[in-house]
Design a protein around this ligand. Structure first.
Ligand SMILES: CCCCCCCCCCCC/C=C/CC(=O)SCCNC(=O)CCNC(=O)[C@H](O)C(C)(C)COP(=O)(O)OP(=O)(O)OC[C@H]1O[C@@H](n2cnc3c(N)ncnc32)[C@H](O)[C@@H]1OP(=O)(O)O
Length: 243
């Protein structure tokens, strides 16, 4: 699955809806046992949640958007397929979350590409299920420091921390992703799927059990004037950076 929503593959409501439909089709296709996620936009895997969906909109819109974000995560983290992220560009926040929900992450070894959960830098808080997914990948200590600082890690640092599993030159990315997929698909599906489910169940169940509460927390949090102000300033900063 190739993300192609220029300029930065931000995860808008439309993007997420299309993503979920695409994933469901693949999940229901018995001939499809694995998916490689990558980007068709140069230098960017995904810039994370579309900030304009969280800024200056109605409470109803925030709730609809957050339910879609939850749905994307539940489907991807709970997928029966083998999922490989071929990270060919920067991947902050929600973009990093997509990579973290996969079974394996390969990143291009470009010192300009960054990845991480940088929510704290925007004055927002990564929700518990972002945090849980991060902890399950890198362990508690690394996740705690990285989340509190809202760190965006270079590709080599991300590899050192275990946030990505492998680094490759750009030209080798697709070949490597295909080789990893072949290795994972060589096992019987049922054994791998039950093992994956066992490893992820507690974290998935936690969101399912608290889904509406999580929506309300998000809506209350994001609609606070102080948070709206932080997001507006952040968007301004992104625009100024270009001038
Ligand atoms: C007990 C308490 C409980 C509390 C519970 C609270 C629960 C609430 C939780 C709330 C959590 C919400 C979670 C959010 C997760 C996210 O994903 S937030 C998004 C974070 N993303 C970022 O920080 C990335 C920002 N973008 C960049 O850093 C850069 O754009 C880039 C590195 C990705 C690319 O750089 P470059 O190639 O130089 O492009 P730009 O010129 O910067 O951007 C082009 C264009 O795109 C716009 N843009 C970039 N990112 C986004 C985005 N994420 N959303 C919307 N728009 C984006 C950028 O403004 C430019 O627009 P213009 O061309 O200027 O119009």
């Amino acid at each position: 699955m190739k993300f192609k929503s220029p300029p930065v593959n931000s995860l808008s409501l439309d993007f997420i809806t299309e993503f979920c439909i695409g994933l469901e089709k693949l999940e229901n296709n018995r001939e499809c046992r694995g998916v490689i996620f990558t980007s068709a936009v140069p230098n960017i895997f995904s810039s994370g949640l579309d900030i304009t969906e969280m800024c200056g909109k109605s409470m109803e819109h925030y709730a609809e958007f957050w339910r879609a974000v939850q749905e994307m995560w539940l489907r991807l983290y709970g997928s029966n397929m083998v999922t490989v992220a071929a990270v060919n560009g920067s991947s902050p926040a929600g973009g990093c979350l997509i990579a973290l929900t996969c079974d394996y992450r390969i990143m291009v070894e470009n010192p300009k590409f960054v990845i991480g959960l940088n929510e704290a830098q925007l004055g927002i808080v990564a929700p518990f299920w972002f945090k849980d997914t991060f902890v399950n990948t890198v362990g508690h200590r690394v996740a705690e420091r990285s989340l509190q600082l809202g760190s965006l890690h270079s590709a080599s640092e991300a590899h050192r921390l275990g946030l990505v599993d492998e680094l490759v030159p750009e030209v080798k990315l697709q070949e490597k992703a295909a080789a990893v997929m072949a290795q994972w698909l060589a096992l019987p599906d049922h054994a791998r799927q039950l093992t994956k489910s066992m490893m992820r169940k507690a974290v998935l169940d936690r969101l399912v059990a608290h889904r509406e509460e999580d929506v309300q927390n998000f809506v209350n949090f994001i609609s606070k004037e102080s948070i709206q102000k932080s997001l507006r300033m952040y968007m301004e900063m992104l625009k100024k950076k270009k001038r």
